[in-house]
Write a protein that binds this ligand. Sequence first.
Ligand code: AQP
Length: 328
Amino acid sequence: MKVFSGIQPTGEPHIGNYSGGFRQYAATQEQGEAYFCIVDLHAITVGHDPKELYDGTLDIGAMLFATGLDPERSTVFVQSHVTAHAEAAWLLGSVTSFGELRRMTQFKEKADQQEFVSAALFGYPTLMAGDILLYQTDIVPIGDDQRQHLELTRDVAERFNQRFGETFRIPDGVYPEAGARVMDLQEPTKKMSKSFGTEAGKVLLMDDADTIRRKVKRAVADSGREVRHDLDEKPGISNLIELMTVATGETIQEVEARFDGHGYGDFKEAVGEALVALLTPIQERYRELRSDPAELGRLLAIGADKAREASAPTLEAMYERMGFAQPS
Ligand code: AQP
């Protein structure tokens, strides 16, 4: 079983990224040959600051190991260190239609936020398709916001296979049962996001304990008193219930049963404490890893070597089947 997922080294990671990303990576690495990529080429699809990109790459590297990736077991690497990704994106661009890319919700949402809409933002999904397909991936652990991009990846892979012969395995997305779409604490009908919403709406993985408690306490609740999961009637409380499942590993039903008869105040306090308990040891490991950039660089260089070797045969097959003359 081959596993692949990517995470952008931009902005400060939040509990949504943990739920749909980091925690799933640590769990799926047990299932087979796993590749986790810091997708720095994706980070330049919207205006970026070079120093922030540089620092963010090391920050995310440290966070991947701090949240449980084992460098012996998983291949953790930086996308731009493996040039096959940029090459595969260009080749796959020829089997991806303008109409498909134009329909991508994330493109429309992000384009609305930019004064300068780059061609790179438009082509983002072909880069992501290449990331995944280069490794003959079986499963892709992601959050719900990436569902549409994964569907496009499957369509592009099928089209390439039909046109040029069987080349890619068709990957499946893996989404968490609860917490696949963590919502903004202040606007619980919108996804928690690095680029949208206010600071108060997201729990950052590096927030200190008091900040976490305060943000959860001030999270928008719903009318009524019952701690019950109901996305239509109670989006705010449902979101907090899902955050509790992320922090403790309980099911939604177990959380509901535990807080049966309790008010929102008690419940919010408990969610805050559970998140503090989850994040405090992660933050300690993160600080330790981040204070040693040379060691981090060494681990990422080992990952890049392994990723280059693993992706090379697929890239070679793509060139060959598409008719590019190869040096003999
Ligand atoms: N709110 C979320 N709930 C669950 N999973 C989420 N992910 C992102 N937001 C949520 C998942 O996190 C992983 C890494 O995503 P990414 O590299 O696409 O992260 P990003 O785009 O930098 O972070 P955001 O917050 O999603 O930023 P915006 O909204 O600015 O693009 C992925 O598995 C993703 O599904």
